[in-house]
Design a protein around this ligand. Structure first.
Ligand code: SF4
Length: 605
């Protein structure tokens, strides 16, 4: 073992309460890097085709990458990989905090959870010592409380926990890391719940070995300096992601009232300045990060006074703020905190609640379906109550919505206003404002995701690009997806301005590999293709790279994107161009030639 990887995978069999140690496949590591990529390789090789994501046969991977826990900036990141119960496809859900760093120090590249425990359990992992512990006392306990209970009972452990929503198999349940960070998307928390695993409490005290210690130290110092000198870093530190609220609202494409508009007239009440003035008390950071983008907040007035949280982030403000018509940052912070504590993805919950209000207004669902709760735009208390019912799957309707917006809208015959791609709710950038995001969502590997190819900045700034057009977007989307697939495999934070050259150099110095920029980007492309093959092997049908109809037929009535809709012809043309650039066939299936070039022939469909 040269370095970067610990070389060991901890496999936990919950059914038999046993563990085994597997060796990390270093040949695979050269080609799939770590975290997202190496996790995808492990999943496709070990998960039987057509496994029900909520059955005991699904496997849940906590993964790290070769740069996790090193002196590289933002190296406290890890990734949960599994088959998603929300989409039936691959999902990788990334998280910050300290847990991933500690996991690597405990000696594990991956922790793989298999089987299902008969009784509620939590795992206590202290380096190579693993104990299966009784979690009866933690049942229905919310996320932060569970984290605090574990720290009170097990010492200064790092934690991964689920809340009531995960226990109740709500398909948008998340895994909460170290009390405040989240592996948010795709229902990873429901997979953990389906295994009767309430939490992992972890301690690690080993040293992470690197191939060239001195070289790595110097390089990471140099990169640190570049981050420090980056002109956007102080803005990110001061405001965090809420910086984007004003920008996206002014440009007219912030999700508003279930994506029926793109400009929110109360935007100034939920933007970053208001948030700083009214609720933010200070900042904070994940492990080894000088960007320090957290907002530590508390509500100081009104009915929700006393609520404390880290956040809310931009995506939450967009999906649970403007998208639900909430008119104050306190209300957004409150509903965000409730969603976090129940253990659900705030983006998808914003999508589900937006859909529900529209369904209620259109009389598709009634007050009696909601146990008498009278939901509506801007009705924070009622929406929070209804959300709690969904987390606990209290009523027939709450149960149905807990299956995700796709399933619910199909059952309710209300698909026309269900805003998702492949079952995953669309995040905070309505594609009618920057068409490239439409292509990015439609082709994303885990359903609608903004992190795979975030084209917003380029489309708003680059004079060569027309924001209300699909022209020239296919190549950008494809290239960014490949680059991000590699980056999320190292694994560093999306917000860190680190060049591709520096990523490759750090990977080589950590591991002793001899990768070039080209071979690194090819790893990203290989990872992207492997995940496409996994998705095709599972439930993805050809011609599924589509967008919600609303985006093609309903224009906004105000703001800079007024009267704009996506063009069907433009989208279809861009999609075919994207497939061509990927060397996939016209239905989006990777060709034999491409797979041969990437060394993936054996996975051909
Ligand atoms: S930039 Fe923010 S989210 Fe990313 S590692 Fe730093 S503190 Fe965590």
């Amino acid at each position: 073992m040269n370095g970067g990887y610990t070389g060991q995978i901890l496999v936990v069999d919950l059914k038999n309460k046993k563990t085994i140690i597997e060796k990390t496949n270093l040949n695979d590591a050269k080609n799939f890097i770590g975290a997202k990529g190496l996790g995808a390789k492990y999943l496709i090789d070990h998960l039987p085709k057509d496994t029900d994501p909520l059955s005991s046969d699904n496997i849940l991977l906590f993964t790290t990458g070769p740069l996790t826990g090193t002196s590289a900036q933002t190296s406290g990141r890890g990734t949960v990989v599994t088959k998603s119960p929300l989409t039936g496809l691959f999902v990788d859900s990334h998280f910050g905090g300290v847990f991933a760093n500690e996991m690597k120090k405990a000696g594990w590249d991956f922790i793989v959870i298999k089987g299902k425990s008969k009784t509620p359990t939590y795992l206590y992992i202290n380096n190579d010592q693993v104990e299966f512990k009784n979690a009866e006392e933690l049942i229905e306990m919310e996320c932060l409380k569970t984290h605090e209970w574990l720290q009170a009972n097990e010492g200064k452990v790092k934690t991964a926990v689920i809340g009531p929503a995960g226990e109740n198999l709500v398909r948008i349940a998340c895994i909460t890391i170290d009390g405040h960070r989240h592996a948010g998307r795709g229902g990873t928390g429901a997979v953990m719940g389906s295994k009767n695993l309430k939490a992992i409490a972890l301690l690690g005290s080993g040293k992470i070995k690197l191939y060239d210690d001195e070289g790595f130290k110097n390089k990471s110092k140099e990169v640190r300096k570049q981050i420090q000198d980056n002109s956007f870093v102080p803005v990110r530190r001061k405001y965090g992601t809420p910086f984007w609220v004003d920008k996206i609202n002014k440009e007219g494409f912030i999700p508003t009232r279930n994506f029926s508009e793109g400009f929110f007239e109360h935007g100034n009440k939920i933007n970053a300045e208001t948030m700083q003035k009214q609720i933010v008390d200070g900042g904070g950071a994940c492990y080894n990060c000088i960007i320090a983008c957290w907002n530590k907040s508390s509500i100081k007035k009104g009915p929700f006074k006393g609520t404390t949280l880290i956040g809310p982030e931009y995506e939450t403000i967009a999906l649970m703020g403007s998208n639900l018509g909430l008119k104050s940052i306190e209300e957004v912070a409150y509903i965000c905190d409730r969603c976090n504590e129940l253990g659900m993805d705030t983006i998808s919950m914003g999508g589900i609640l937006g859909f529900s209000v529209e369904a209620y207004n259109k009389k598709v669902i009634s007050k009696s379906d909601m146990n008498g709760i009278d939901i509506g735009w801007g009705k924070t208390t009622e929406l929070a109550k209804f959300m709690t019912d969904i987390a606990h799957r209290k009523t027939k309707l709450a149960k149905l919505l807990g299956e995700g917006v796709k399933t619910a809208s199909e059952k309710l015959k209300a698909e026309s206003f269900a805003i998702h791609c492949k079952g995953m709710d669309i995040p905070g950038y309505d594609p009618r404002g920057t068409f490239g995001m439409g292509l990015a969502y439609a082709t994303s590997d885990r359903g609608a995701c903004h992190q795979r190819a975030w084209t917003v900045n380029a489309e708003l700034k680059d004079p060569e690009l027309e924001r209300f057009s699909f022209e020239k977007k296919a190549k950008i989307v494809k290239d960014v997806q490949d680059e991000r697939a590699a980056f999320f495999s190292l694994v560093l934070c999306d917000f860190a301005p680190i060049s591709v050259d520096n990523c490759v150099e750090m990977w080589n110095l950590a591991t002793g590999f001899n990768h070039t920029v080209e071979s690194y980007l090819m790893c990203g492309e290989r990872i992207w293709n492997l995940i496409r093959l996994f998705n095709l092997r599972e439930s993805l049908k050809p011609n599924s790279d589509v967008l919600p109809e609303r985006l093609f037929i309903e224009p906004f009535t105000k703001g800079p994107a007024k009267d704009i809709v996506l063009t069907k012809d433009g989208f279809e043309k861009a999609l075919q161009e994207y497939y061509m650039l990927r060397v996939w066939d016209e239905k989006g299936v990777p060709t034999k030639n491409k797979l041969k070039k990437l060394g993936l022939e054996k996975y051909q469909i």
